[in-house]
Each structure stands twice: as structure tokens, then as C-alpha cells.
Design a binder for this molecule. Structure first.
Ligand SMILES: [Zn+2]
Length: 546
């Protein structure tokens, strides 16, 4: 795609981001004004009068005038679901809906506009819009309709969808639920583990290999266009992995992917350990040395659910329940002993462990399980939405990566929280404490649950205000904010470091691969949302431009 020349590429006339390590809250950005890249590698970063720059000019490097633009490292999304993202790019978004009428109208329009699709696939529904009952959408279209909740923890199905999955005859999986009426018939909603152990594999199995390759392709294109050159996949499974291996054989992808193999909760320890055995096999099949741009680095366990569905595991009950779950604390999806056994086995095999933990009790449980593992393996906790100050400190003490998604801290989507948590909202998203306690940060989007716009993530991290609705004045715990520079580094170097890529990429430094992005931006809080990516370079080649 891009040009390549043995004399290399010289970027001058703009700002070149110099940070190579995690800075603090108040750190002001440092910029050079020249960057030289040759044969896919960064050779020099500095200033236009440097000897190295004069030499490469004389040697005939291709000169790229930046016209005041900013060069940042290629970003690495710390938490995504690549195949789901590709799949979701084709689904109709319900994010703009406020109520059932809006939802029905959007589904109907999409169904009419896509008569050849075998199923009607939707995304972005939220609980406050309406209840997830099949009966509310059955009349819209005779094809199976699947509606993903925005957080991907619920799938709402129409009756033909329930029928093709055979929902009435399925048992609830561990850590998951199929909502049923008094007669035991499924009413439309699949919750938590029922989504990723039943719905996802089913929809993957009815898609063709060609469909899946197209999904991955379009996800990578969307990511390159947003300034990413890599990501960490947080729910790798057999089918997606097979597709990625096929693609790797055929072509070189302009993207680097480290993946965590998803474990399915079970009350049988033997079953869980057998899943780890399979993960170890895949881990050994392609490792970082043989295949630096596509490999499995570890395992992922989902320890609890989410606050809005009252499935995040808390130390004290929710103030009011989502429907019947009144006065519940939520429950962990794994027993403490099995969790420890699984985590230890993976750790002993040299694998990294990622634990999804949102509620304070789940976070304590996750850190306890990781506390006896080797800190050398750079284990991580995902989300960390309601952490106690004690646990916030323990992350740094134990060398556990705090993998956070500031877009989830957007006050516009947290409007139900005060009613569910009361004063505990004061502990929401305590990023500052993670960073001050010395925990390595990795910033991600959790796409497709959230948009993957890097500067939206940085904006929410730094302002704790809404980017979804910029007129909404609510600020979520400003004392827990990150700095802009700190967030940008956490979204590049921090994510790279979390999977041992930091020696090779994540910052603009001589000797690192030439993954970079060129931005039209103003380095000010209130200008971040206006920043735009102009070019993305992968391995020294331009792979995307406006
Ligand atoms: Zn996720």
C-alpha cells in the first residue's frame, strides 16, 4: 500500500511525541520536530538540525512535510473483541434510541433495507430503553432477530432466534442465565455467560469462513483509520483463532494482535483445567518469537458481570435491584478455589492472566487470585470500575496491570449508578489511585461495546466528562482523572508493555518498529474531541490516509 524506499522517510515541520515511559498527572508533553524511518524501523527521533537528520536528507530520504501536525505512536487498544467488532460493523446501531418505539423503528428500517441477510443483527440497546422480551419485536420481521446490549452482557432474541438456538431445551450455563417465564419457556434474554457460551459460538458457527475473514478485515480497516496499529483481544476462541490463522497464511495484515484465550466458567475443576490445557497448546503453537504480530499471550476469565444489570459482584448489596435482584450483591461467576487453580496453572505455564472484575468484591477476589502468581508475567485486571482504595494500592504493589476503558466512565451512560450504588459512586473508576500506586496502566476501548475513538477515551480519562453528550455537565470523580499525556502514553506504550511488546513498539524511539499516526490536533482538554487522524503507518509503510 504505502511507498517504501531504501532511503527512508523523513517527517519534519510538525510535532513528534517524545515520551517513552509512563508520565504522571501533571506531565506536559515533550515534542521534537523530526523523525526518520527506514526499512520499517525508526532510526532517529529529534530535531531538524540534528546531524542524523541532515545526513538522511543528503542521502535522499523522502521528505514528508507535517505542516504543524502531530506524530504519535501507533496506538494499541488494550482491550477489544476483534471478530465481534467486525461483526458489529454490519449490525444496526440502536445507540440513539431512547425507548421501545425508537428501537422498533430502527430494527424495522434495517430489516427492510437488508432483505437478503439471513438474520437481523442489532447492537447498542440499553436496558433503560425497554425490556428484552421476544414478544416486543416478533412482529417486525420473520427472520431471527438478535439485539446485543451495548455492554455485550445481554442478547435479546426474537422467537425465531430462540427457536433456532433451541433455547427452551438449553440449560443455563455456569455464570449465565436464559430468562424464562413461569412455564420455563425462554422469554428473549440471554444474560452474561449465556451470551458468550451460547449466542456467540452459535452466530460464529452459522457465519462462513469468508464472512469471518471479511469481519476481521473490516475491523482492522476501521482500526487503522482510527490510528491503531495493534490491539489486545480479550475473548479469543477456536473459530476466531482459526480464521486469524487462515488469514495469516494468505497475507500480512497491517495490524498486531495479542490475544487472551477465553475460559468458560464451570463448577468442575477438571473441566476448567482442561480448558487451560487447550489454551497452553494454542499459546505454544504461535509464540512471540515466531509470530510477533499474532499470538496468544494468556487466558481471560470473567469474574463478574456489570453494574447496570446488578451482576457486578459487590461487597454490599445494590440499593435497588434490576427487577427481581433486589438487595442482592451480585455473585462471582467462579468459585474462589477454581479461579485460583486455573490462574496458577496458566501462570506456571508462563502465560499471562486477565481477569474481568468490575464490582469491589470481584476486584478483591481477582487480586487475591493473582497475588500468589509471578509478577514477571504481567497479569492484569480488566475494567476495575468500583475498586476500594486498598485494592487500588495492591495493584501497584503486586505489579498487576490496571486495564481500564475510560469510555466506560462516561457520565452519560452512568445515569443509573447513583440509584444502584448511592455514595459508593465516590469510588467509581479510581484511575488516579491506580497510577499513583504504581500500577502499570493499559488503556482500551472494549470495542465493540464502546466506540474506539482514541481521543474520546483520552478526553473522558482527563476530564471525567461525557463525550457522548458534551452538553451534559456531570463530572465523575474529577479527583481520579489521568493527565492527557499520561492517557496517550497508557494507550500506546502502556498497552504495548502489558503484553511484552514494549521493547519493540509503543513509543517513537530509535530501534522500534515504525508504527505511527499523524494527527491534526490541539493538545488541549477542550480541543481533544476535534482531533483527527490523517495518516497511519505500520512497519514503515502508510496503510491508511484521509
Ligand atoms: Zn471486553
Amino acid at each position: 500500500m504505502g511507498q517504501s524506499t531504501s532511503e527512508g522517510h523523513l517527517f519534519v515541520g510538525g510535532k513528534v511525541f517524545l515520551h517513552t515511559q509512563q508520565p504522571g498527572l501533571e506531565t506536559e508533553p515533550q515534542f521534537g520536530d523530526a523523525l526518520y524511518v527506514r526499512d520499517g524501523v525508526i532510526e532517529h527521533v529529534g530535531f531538524k538540525d540534528d546531524d542524523a537528520i541532515s545526513k538522511c536528507r543528503a542521502a535522499g530520504a523522502v521528505v514528508h512535510e507535517l505542516n504543524g501536525r502531530t506524530v504519535l505512536p501507533g496506538f494499541v487498544d488494550g482491550h477489544i473483541h476483534l471478530l465481534r467488532l467486525g461483526q458489529s460493523l454490519k449490525k444496526v446501531g440502536l445507540d440513539h434510541c431512547e425507548n421501545l418505539d425508537d428501537v422498533r423503528k430502527a430494527i424495522k428500517e434495517h430489516a427492510l433495507a437488508n432483505p437478503d441477510e439471513p438474520r437481523v443483527l442489532c447492537k447498542g440497546w440499553m436496558r433503560y430503553m425497554c425490556k428484552p422480551l421476544a414478544s416486543l419485536i416478533d412482529d417486525l420481521d420473520p427472520r431471527p432477530i438478535y439485539v446485543d446490549s451495548k455492554d455485550l452482557h445481554t442478547t435479546w432474541c426474537s422467537s425465531p432466534a430462540l427457536e433456532e438456538i433451541d433455547a427452551d431445551n438449553l440449560k443455563d450455563p455456569e455464570g449465565g442465565k436464559i430468562e424464562r417465564d413461569a412455564n420455563g419457556n425462554a422469554t428473549g434474554a440471554f444474560e452474561e455467560a449465556a451470551v458468550f457460551t451460547i449466542i456467540w459460538p452459535f452466530l460464529a458457527s452459522v457465519s462462513s469462513e469468508k464472512d469471518r475473514e471479511e469481519m476481521v478485515q473490516s475491523a482492522i480497516e476501521a482500526y487503522n483509520a482510527s490510528g491503531y496499529t495493534g490491539a489486545i483481544d480479550m475473548a479469543m476462541e477456536e473459530q476466531a483463532w482459526a480464521t486469524l490463522l487462515n488469514m495469516k497464511k494468505k497475507q500480512s495484515l497491517p495490524f498486531r494482535l495479542a490475544a487472551y484465550w477465553l475460559m468458560r466458567p464451570s463448577t468442575s475443576e477438571a473441566d476448567c483445567l482442561a480448558q487451560v490445557d487447550r489454551a497452553i497448546e494454542v499459546y505454544k503453537q504461535l509464540n512471540a518469537e515466531d509470530s510477533p504480530n499474532l499470538h496468544v499471550v494468556g487466558i481471560k476469565l470473567v469474574c463478574d458481570g456489570i453494574i447496570d444489570a446488578c451482576t457486578a459482584y459487590l461487597s454490599e448489596p445494590y440499593l435497588k435491584g434490576a427487577e427481581a435482584k433486589k438487595a442482592s450483591t451480585g455473585e462471582p461467576f467462579w468459585s474462589g478455589n477454581i479461579l485460583k487453580a486455573v490462574v496458577h496453572k496458566a501462570d506456571a505455564a508462563g502465560m499471562q492472566v486477565a481477569l474481568h472484575a468490575i464490582g469491589d468484591a470481584a476486584i478483591t477476589m481477582a487480586i487475591d487470585a493473582l497475588s500468589t502468581c509471578s509478577p514477571k508475567n504481567r497479569h492484569r485486571v480488566e475494567h476495575l470500575e468500583l475498586a476500594s482504595s486498598r485494592d487500588a494500592k495492591r495493584l501497584g504493589e503486586l505489579g498487576i496491570t490496571a486495564s481500564v476503558q475510560p469510555v466506560h466512565a462516561d457520565p452519560w451512560i452512568l445515569r443509573a449508578w447513583p440509584g444502584l450504588l448511592g455514595h459508593r459512586c465516590e469510588r467509581a473508576f479510581p484511575y488516579r489511585e491506580f497510577s499513583d500506586g504504581g500500577a502499570p496502566l493499559a488503556l482500551g476501548s472494549d470495542s465493540p461495546t464502546s466506540p474506539w475513538d482514541i481521543m474520546a477515551n483520552v478526553y473522558v480519562a482527563a476530564t471525567r466528562k461525557s463525550y457522548r453528550n458534551t452538553k451534559y455537565d456531570e463530572v465523575v470523580n474529577y479527583n481520579f482523572r489521568l493527565g492527557i499525556c499520561e492517557s496517550v502514553v497508557a494507550a500506546s506504550y502502556g498497552s504495548a508493555r502489558s503484553v511484552f511488546w514494549d521493547k519493540r513498539l509503543g513509543s517513537l524511539e530509535p530501534g522500534k518498529v515504525a508504527d505511527l499516526t499523524i494527527w491534526d490536533m490541539d493538545w488541549k482538554e477542550d480541543k481533544l474531541l476535534g482531533a483527527t487522524v490523517k495518516e497511519t503507518w505500520f512497519n514503515g509503510e502508510k496503510v491508511w490516509s484521509v
